[in-house]
Structures are given as C-alpha cells and as structure tokens.
Design a protein around this ligand. Sequence first.
Ligand code: IMP
Ligand code: MG
Length: 192
Amino acid sequence: MTSIMNPPAGYQDLDKIIVSESMIKRRVRKLGAEITGAFGEEEITVVAIINGSLFFVADLLREIRRPIRLDCIRVSSYRNETRSIGKPEIVHSLTIDIANRHVLLIDDILDTGKTLSVVVNLIKKLNPASVRTCVLLDKKGRREVDFEADFVGFPIEDQFVVGYGLDFAERYRNLPCIGLLKAHLQNPPEWR
Ligand code: IMP
Ligand code: MG
C-alpha cells in the first residue's frame, strides 16, 4: 500500500533539505548494527544529551540489539542561536551509576567539540569501564577542541541545520528531516 503524505508543518521555513527522512532511517539502522557489533555481548549504558538527541536516541536505541540502560544529561546552551559563545555547563547530571559500565554517549551534532569533551571528562571521572561517543551529524570543519566521535551518522558542511531534534530557539525539532532554515528566519526580532 502506498500513501501520500502532506509535508509536515514547518517545512515551508526550510530553504533546503540536506538529509531526508529516508536517508536518516537507513543510516540509523546501519549505525544500530555497527554499535551492536562493536559492543559484543556487553550491556550498554547510554547517556543521551537532551534535548537535541531525543529523536535520534529514540530511533537508534531500537536498532541496537543489546541490553541497554538509559540516562539523560542536560547541558546548558552556551551559544546564541547559531554560534558558540562560551563554555557549556552541566545543568542536570546523571542519575544512574556508571562505574565499571560500558558507556555510549549520544548527542545530535558535533560542532566545536566543547559539549562532548566536557561531558566525556565528567563521565571519565566516574570510572566507567569504557566510553564511546555517537553523533548523528559531524561538522568537521568547526572544531575548536580536539575531539572525534566513534560513531557518526553524517558528516556535514559548516552550516546551521534544524530538524530531527536539532532546534533554532527551541523550534523545528519535530521535523522528520534535516535542513537549512531560510535566511530571513535566522534572526527574527520577535525571538530575541
Ligand atoms: P559543540 O559544543 O560546539 O560541539 O556543539 C554541540 C551543541 O551545539 C549540540 O548539542 C547542538 O545543541 C548545538 N548545535 C551545534 N550546531 C548546531 C546546528 O547546526 N543546529 C542546531 N544546533 C546545533
Ligand atoms: Mg544540543
């Protein structure tokens, strides 16, 4: 059976879609298989950085065929809407014990690298058995600290993207694809 779907509300604000819904689905399935293989028989303790990784984590975890414990961590947004302007801080930390556990830290996007390196440092202090990282998107050209993720969905150019969890001023997270906002929407006065 085929179905014709209306474009989701919010699509009209996108200039361009850079990763479609079906590309995301295919890649997430493969990443799940890669992670399943990489962790062997071990139970995985997933630490998700919210809010951005919510949608990615929900889909990815259902593609990992291993026992999983899940916790979330919230990191302050240290940026204005599109650019990094300071140092990230942890505003809500872990609630489960990760000592001697195999940790998989997941975020939506790796940009300057500051967020993931702050969180990895925090996790390492708690004596896990291992720490690996996974991001859906990687803006390689933007790194300000030396950091690479172990599992990457898509490398992308240095451009500000929204959708599938990624936001602009908390909007557009629910778009099923990833795209570029139209230029005139990147600085609307009513959102200041
Ligand atoms: P980093 O600390 O500079 O690596 O940035 C990581 C965080 O910045 C992510 O968790 C995102 O919340 C946010 N971020 C970076 N680039 C983008 C983008 O293009 N769109 C939306 N959020 C972004
Ligand atoms: Mg984020």
